[in-house]
Design a protein around this ligand. Structure first.
Ligand code: DAH
Length: 345
């Protein structure tokens, strides 16, 4: 065989190496080895040139076909979990690397939740996340909702036939924190906890109501605690969060787990009570519920309600954040639209 033809075979066996094809991809069709073969054509007489040229083109066609097949194969790979924090595409014998997060950003609700918790930490509270699956005892019974009490209907609760509950409020954590905190009281320290979490309601969804949203519950118990402590704690938090003076009003309300119970309403941080579309032109915004913890709730956790009193509150994080950033529709938070999320990155 002519020396030039053996060169074609040599280049062919080098370029058909699967590893090389995988790493170089289509760049192989422009490789110096292949171009080098073409450059021999000039030195040949017309007869040999046609024959030799055909052989090189055959090799090029063969390489193109192999590359096409490889690309089709890679399309048939198993689907990957794009939400995994590690790169699942690395070979199984290599250590998976962490994915580069430079293209993502924290969700605005989580950024604000951190800001909210940070304020409470500085006020001496500790935090515990609420559960996303709970039971009847923590959703109702431990909170002084007697069985079949109509107040249960105020919470459009999702529950399974086997009794599991998607909690409709973060108050589900109250009994747990009180039971755990009893030893703090015995040592002479207060119970001071904030309880952030996701809650679920069978709501008719509109611009101000979602079926899934976030709440932050707060609970404080010690000797001699009264409504004044509740108001000053919450006002301090709000003024720190919005970096401005705020007016806070407590309106009488009913919750089975507090006595007295209130709904807290605050002056609109957008229009300073002049009226705007954030506050529906009323100048005031309802933020959540609060009150002095009902003696039955303390008793249920083994705390002596003749010695200790406490306050509790629960507010919606989504609404607080909507007011902070002028977001007009609660549904933006869950829509996963990049145009919305990028504004907060
Ligand atoms: N759990 C109530 C709700 O979601 C809000 C609430 C009211 C929480 C009074 C409390 C409280 O801790 O004391 O409607």
């Amino acid at each position: 065989m002519d020396y030039k033809y053996s060169q074609i075979q040599e280049v062919a066996s080098k370029l058909k190496d699967p590893e090389l094809l995988k790493t170089k991809g289509r760049a192989i069709l422009r490789s110096p080895e292949l171009n080098g073969l073409f450059s021999h054509l000039k030195e040949m007489d017309a007869n040999n040139r046609a024959e030799f040229g055909k052989e090189i083109n055959n090799l090029k066609t063969e390489l193109t076909e192999i590359l096409d097949n490889m690309e089709n194969e890679s399309i048939q790979l198993d689907p990957i979990d794009v939400t995994a924090p590690i790169d699942k595409n690395v070979a199984s014998d290599k250590h998976p690397r962490l994915l580069n997060s430079s293209h993502g950003s924290k969700h605005p609700l989580m950024t604000e939740l951190d800001n909210i918790l940070d304020i409470f930490y500085r006020m001496g509270f500790t935090a515990l996340e609420s559960r996303q699956v709970d039971d009847d005892f923590h959703m109702f019974e431990s909170l002084n909702f007697p069985e079949d009490h109509p107040a249960r209907d105020d919470y459009d609760t999702f529950m399974t036939t086997t009794g599991l509950i998607a909690p409709a409020h973060t108050s589900t954590m109250q009994n747990r924190v009180l039971v755990d905190g009893k030893k703090l009281l015995d040592e002479g320290s207060p119970i001071a906890s904030v309880l952030p979490g996701r809650v679920f309601r069978n709501e008719d969804v509109d611009a101000r109501h979602g079926h899934t949203f976030y709440q932050v519950e707060g609970i404080y118990v010690d000797k001699g605690i009264n409504t004044g402590h509740l108001i000053s704690t919450f006002k301090t938090f709000l003024e720190e969060y919005y970096s401005q003076e705020m007016e806070l009003i407590l309106q009488p309300f009913y919750f089975p787990f507090t006595e007295p119970s209130f709904e807290f309403v605050l002056s609109c941080p957008f229009c300073q009570k002049n009226g705007c579309n954030v506050c529906s032109y009323s100048g005031w915004i309802e933020l959540g519920g609060c009150g002095m913890i009902h003696p039955n709730v303390l008793k249920m956790a083994g705390i002596d309600s003749d010695i200790y009193t406490g306050f509790a509150w629960g507010f919606g994080v989504d609404r607080l954040v909507m007011m902070k950033h002028g977001i007009e529709d609660i549904r933006h938070f869950m829509a996963g639209k990049l145009e919305f999320l990028r504004q907060f990155s």
